[in-house]
Design a binder for this molecule. Structure first.
Ligand SMILES: [Zn+2]
Length: 316
């Protein structure tokens, strides 16, 4: 009995020592300079504005001042800000070297604050960026979204690339007490049943066609890169996207950065476009994402299980 208790005590002490060692290693990694190789980090933003009328706006809006500070941070710390298309081709070709501390800047939804507030700052730094367009929103909404003629004008800037964010599958629908993503088969309330696989396929293929037609009409080209709305899609959505010409699918999975030979239909992105991400948090997120060992383990756990280490902030 005494032997058993002693053994248990020793195990507990060993476990505590081990945990402290891991924590110490993580702290050492935290104070080391932010340097990574063989990885490309793709950052996500949505809106860039001082105007945040809705309570949830701070979750997807950075102020212009904050955005300028992000870019100054990247510049001052010697980051290599590269265009998305260059990053995607580099990742697929192991012969192409990845510059250390590579970063890509992307924006979702075609919000007009991108053109009004982000682009002038991006031009000051001469940094390339990509905006993902929701075709239908840009076709009909004058207030919040860039119009297609405005998108055509933006495309003349060699620093700007436009890509797809679906035509009209960027929505969630509430039915029967559940949330359905428009990128998945939908619940049809009138029929009291789920959309059939063939109807789903027809709807999604038609959605991609409408988006591709707009790219042809306004930008004179087909598109090959799509960012998933809400980072969410059924498996069949991905194969239908490939069938429709999208070779690259960008997710909102931020459990790791992108390495050579990353699955082109599952490109990782790190969302930093919210009010609480100041430059010290940006640095922390980049470190957690790109480091190996204990720090990455903690970051990964946080991301996966929504624990509190990195995202917790009373300021939200
Ligand atoms: Zn979106």
């Amino acid at each position: 009995m005494i032997f058993k208790r002693k053994f248990l005590l020793r195990s507990i002490v060993e476990l505590i020592v081990f945990a402290l060692l891991i924590a110490l290693l993580a702290v050492i990694q935290l104070v080391m300079p932010l340097k990574y190789t063989q990885q490309i980090v793709i950052l996500t933003y949505h809106r860039v504005s001082d105007n945040m009328p809705n309570p949830w706006d701070s979750r997807e809006t950075v102020t212009p001042q904050q955005f300028r500070e992000h870019l100054a941070f990247l510049k001052d710390h010697g980051f290599h800000v590269m265009a998305l298309n260059d990053a995607l081709t580099t990742l697929q070709d192991p012969q192409k070297a990845i510059t250390p501390n590579s970063v890509v800047l992307t924006f979702d939804d075609g919000d007009r604050t991108y053109a009004e507030n982000a682009v002038p700052i991006l031009r000051d730094f001469q940094y390339p960026s990509t905006e993902f367009i929701i075709g239908k929103a840009s076709l009909f909404s004058k207030k919040d979204y860039l119009s297609w003629p405005e998108i055509r004008d933006l495309a003349k800037d060699p620093l700007i690339t436009l890509h797809s964010h679906t035509f009209n599958a960027h929505a969630t629908i509430q039915a029967e007490g559940k949330t359905y993503f428009a990128t998945d088969p939908l619940y049809l309330p009138r029929e009291h049943q789920m959309e059939s696989p063939s109807d789903y396929q027809r709807r999604i293929l038609h959605d991609f066609k409408q988006e591709q037609d707009l790219f042809q009409k306004y930008l004179g080209r087909n598109d090959n890169v799509i960012a998933l709305p809400y980072g969410h899609a059924a498996k069949s959505f991905i194969s239908l996207a490939q069938e429709s010409g999208y070779s690259y699918v960008l997710t909102q999975d931020r459990t790791q950065a992108n390495y050579h030979k990353v699955d082109p239909t599952h490109i990782f992105r790190l969302d930093v476009g919210n009010r609480i991400t100041d430059t010290s948090r940006l640095s922390l997120l980049l470190k957690g994402l790109t480091s190996s060992g204990p720090l990455h383990g903690i970051f990964w756990l946080k991301v996966k299980y929504n624990q509190i280490l990195f995202d917790f902030s009373p300021r939200f």
